[in-house]
Design a protein around this ligand. Structure first.
Ligand code: ATP
Length: 428
């Protein structure tokens, strides 16, 4: 790596099936281009000779199947070449999925066989789940499929801000700079960065999302044949494991890809052995995956929220909106004021309906909270509705009874009802 501020241009020659692993510095982007040969970033081919500007903090690899020369301009945190990667095994998985998509496409009238592969990627934190999901989607899109990407990782999602589960069709290989296109994602708001804050709500939302996709698939032969790739959380013990089984069942996954953990693979293989239509496949973790500690994860979350309001390249200008307390209809889902233990019969546990809707008056705790704007038309629909977007509470004035919030656009919000959880953001 080079000292900060250096702009020395250098070339890296990659042999076939090797990759250049790079961590971009936190303070400056890196320019990079393909000079010779062919290469890809997480499944998306690089255009020849065109400079790409990779944003700060990004960790990525440029992989070549046949050999390539890469040119870099700018400092990096680290960059090195690796000749051992699991890419061959990953692309073999892609080939199997591709064959299944072709088979599905060839029998459009049969509701069973017309379903393409439903792939779920599981494994511990930092095993490369998001990256493998991305590669499988980009390789499929390159061949003209439009697979659906489902992201169940509410801690570090790649479709929208944290605290959500979401799905979106992938129509083109994912751009290494722009990421997942955000035209019309289907988003459900959990409101917390871990499901343990309300496990039942998480399950309810997973079910809702699965049902909506099922309906879309029923009417769309093309996306049905392309199937889906589902990314999951790195929480694989205890309740986390239950949630994986729940997701596998709810989405009727047919291929379970287990990254980097023998034990999880053998457990899943065992519980799923009666399901003859489900393949449980063990895959090696890439040595290039960069581990992130709690602090790095927290930072990445804050960064995602910032990106939502200000754009990936600081190219959006959110609006500051002032509203009366009485204009806001805010709800919280689950938990809430329970009967005190002293008011219950001896031995009884206070019951909190995890999906109960609780109206919230404006109070100090809302400051710096990120709220979701629900598509619900009635309060009863809030739990089962997807969300249009998010606002961020920046000021509360109890004298004038006014709330100031940041919104991606000026004008009326796309829905009347707001959902709060525990998702906060502090502008750095
Ligand atoms: P989590 O469970 O936290 O969601 P994950 O298992 O999904 O993590 P990824 O997000 O895929 O892991 O990878 C972690 C980080 O490592 C990402 O920043 C990713 O870009 C980077 N990374 C993955 N593979 C490589 C590679 N071969 N070379 C360089 N960086 C990589």
């Amino acid at each position: 790596s080079l000292p900060s501020g250096s702009t020395t241009i250098r070339q890296v020659k990659l042999e076939k099936e090797c990759e250049l692993r790079v961590e971009v510095t936190p303070d400056a982007p890196l320019r990079l281009r393909l000079l010779k040969g062919t290469a890809e970033i997480f499944g998306t081919e690089l255009p020849p000779e065109i400079w790409l500007t990779i944003p700060p903090r990004q960790k990525f690899a440029v992989f070549t199947w046949h050999g390539a020369t890469i040119e870099m301009d700018g400092p990096t945190e680290t960059d090195y070449t690796a000749d051992e990667t699991p890419m061959i095994s990953y692309v073999n998985v892609h080939a199997v999925l591709d064959a299944r998509r072709n088979r599905a496409k060839a029998s459009p009238s049969d509701s069973d066989t017309s379903q393409g592969p439903r792939v779920i990627v599981v494994g511990p934190t930092d095993s490369g789940k998001s990256t493998l999901s991305r590669m499988l989607l980009s390789w499929a899109a390159k061949q003209g499929w439009k697979p659906t990407f489902v992201d169940l990782d509410i801690g570090q999602g790649s479709i929208t801000i944290p605290g959500c589960i979401a799905a979106t069709p992938i129509e083109l290989p994912i751009d290494p700079v722009e990421g997942i296109p955000l035209d019309m994602p289907l988003v459900y708001f959990h409101g917390h960065v871990t499901p343990s804050a309300n496990v039942d709500l998480y399950k309810v939302l997973v079910k809702e999302l699965a049902q909506v996709l099922e309906r879309q698939f029923a009417g769309n032969i093309e996306s049905r044949a392309a199937g889906m790739v589902i990314n999951t959380m790195g929480w694989i013990e205890g309740v986390g494991y239950e949630l994986l089984l729940h997701a596998i069942g709810t989405f009727n996954a047919t291929v379970v890809l287990v990254l980097g953990q023998e034990k999880l693979w053998s457990m899943l293989k065992d519980v799923l052995k009666t399901k003859t239509n489900v393949d449980v496949v063990k895959l090696q973790k890439s040595g290039g995956v960069v581990s992130r500690n709690a602090k790095a994860r927290q930072k990445a979350r804050a960064h995602r929220i910032r990106e939502y309001f200000y754009g990936p390249a600081n190219d959006l200008s959110p609006h500051s909106v002032i509203a009366n307390f009485s204009d806001l209809c805010i709800y919280r889902i689950g938990g809430g004021p329970q009967a005190p233990r002293s008011a219950l019969p001896v031995g009884a546990e206070p019951a909190a309906d995890p999906t109960r809707l609780i109206p919230v008056n404006v109070n100090q705790d809302l400051l710096h909270l990120v709220l979701a704007v629900s598509f619900a038309k009635e309060p009863e629909e809030i739990v089962s509705s997807n969300v249009a977007g998010f606002i961020w509470i920046t000021d509360i004035n109890f004298e004038s009874k006014k709330v100031t919030y940041l919104s991606p656009s000026a004008g009326n919000l796309p829905g009347k009802y707001l959902i709060m959880g525990s998702l906060t953001w502090y502008e750095p």
